[in-house]
Design a protein. Sequence first.
Length: 71
Amino acid sequence: MNGLNIGIDDNTSLFYEGSLSLYGHAIWPSPFVSVVSHIGELSARGRDRAVVHLTDAPILFREDSFDPVHA
C-alpha cells in the first residue's frame, strides 16, 4: 500500500486523492470508479450490505485511463 486515499465529494461528485494526515488534491479528469468484489479469503467481506452509492462500497476499482483497440 502506498498510503494514497481517494475521496468523493457528496455534493459535487468530484474526486480527491491524498493521504489521511495531509491535504488532498482534486483529480481532473475524474477517473472511472466502479464497485468491485474481492475473490478469495475475504470474499464474504461486505456481502451482507446493499451498495447503492460509491461511498457505501467496501472496495472500489479506479480506472485512470482506457485505450480501446479498434479492429
